[in-house]
Design a protein around this ligand. Structure first.
Ligand code: ATP
Length: 335
């Protein structure tokens, strides 16, 4: 039995995580669930965006499934997401993006973006003076080696064929140059059949839209990975299609890549696909690959049978789409 910490969070978080949890419960009896609070709702109830009890629950569980948090305007606000990534040493952000029948905007896409999660532009280290603000961007040898090693290992184990290093080393010669040179060294020493490729971030963004099939696995720095993941999600059909995993040596947190979407929260129109697929990613991480596959197939089957969600111009909200996924899982079981 594996223990999963559920953190619904704010906005559409509870709606889509509710759908994902019901799919997980239907898929397997080998999970037990504990629920914690995070975000605005946690602040209102406990005076902290990431209460200590929540962090303890995350640490004592085998994995966490998290929804989304609303970002308040307060200037001293520190994102609970950045905080748990740091506290749990979740150095790798894994974002697989694939389109299903009827969902892709510009041809099929099946790419995995491996994003460095612990430094770069996201250290929230900004220094103000009279003339403006300086943002510190840190790129360390250790973080580059860890994320590139993770990407190689992931690609080899997943039977992938190539890794593309995305960077801006023509301008950021020292920092991105370090990342690129470590990539070249590690790929040449990897001794695998993996093909090594390189692209500047601007050209990679264009090619993801015009020719997504040229990418397999992408490894990149924190902010580039954040932006590219949303580009790829857009190509696959929208933010409602992008699951993600934050992975470290001991802990892992899976979450839909989208935010709390306050504009559609409470309408029942959120697409739960990203949350359901995040649950499937979590199962794969917990060595339950077959169960993960059964969920992914059921999602694909719901789309290929024409059950389209509102974000695709269809008429299915979170609950009715999830009902079709559950039906597809049941009908496979009885085959
Ligand atoms: P936050 O401040 O929490 O990041 P946001 O609205 O700025 O919220 P997202 O939540 O990522 O950012 O939403 C961006 C856009 O994508 C919104 O218009 C939202 O309605 C839409 N969107 C996000 N997730 C989904 C989803 N699961 N289904 C349908 N539309 C979605």
């Amino acid at each position: 039995m594996k223990r999963v910490c559920i953190l619904p969070g704010d906005g559409i978080g509870p709606e889509v995580i509710g759908c994902a949890t019901s799919v997980l419960k239907a898929a397997t009896d080998h999970l037990e669930f504990v629920e914690g609070s995070i975000g605005q709702s946690a602040f209102e109830a406990h005076g902290a965006y990431l209460p200590d009890e929540t962090l303890d629950l995350m640490k004592s569980s085998d994995s966490t499934l998290f929804g989304a948090v609303t970002t308040p305007g307060a200037p001293d606000y520190v994102s609970p997401v950045l905080k748990f990534r740091k506290e749990l040493d979740l150095f790798a952000n894994l974002r697989p993006v694939r389109s299903f029948a009827r969902t892709g905007a510009s041809g099929p896409i099946d790419v995995v973006i491996v994003r460095e999660n612990s430094e770069g532009m996201y250290t929230q280290n900004e220094v103000f003076d009279d003339t403006g603000v300086t943002t510190m961007r840190r790129v360390t040898r250790r973080a580059c080696e860890r994320i590139i090693g993770f990407a190689i290992d992931y690609a080899v184990r997943g039977g992938r064929s190539s890794i593309c290093c995305v960077h801006k080393a023509n301008v950021l010669k020292a920092s991105d140059g370090l990342f690129l040179s470590i990539f070249r060294n590690m790929m040449s020493g990897a001794g695998s059949t993996l093909k090594a490729d390189e692209q500047l971030i601007d050209s990679a963004a264009m090619h993801l839209v015009t020719d997504p099939a040229r990418f397999d696995v992408i490894v990149t720095l924190n902010m580039y990975g954040d932006i590219l993941s949303d580009v790829a999600a857009g190509v696959a059909g929208g933010l409602g299609f992008a699951p993600s995993g934050n992975i470290g040596p001991k802990h892992s947190v899976f979450e839909p890549a989208h935010g709390s979407a306050p504009d559609i929260s409470g309408t029942g129109k959120a697409n739960p696909t990203a949350a359901i697929l995040s649950g499937a990613m979590m199962l794969r991480h917990l060595d339950m690959a077959e169960t993960a596959l059964s969920i992914e197939r059921a999602v694909a089957s719901a789309y290929s049978s024409g059950h389209l969600t509102f974000d695709l111009g269809g008429r299915h909200g979170s609950e009715s789409f999830t009902e079709h996924v559950l039906r597809a899982m049941r009908s496979r079981e009885t085959l």
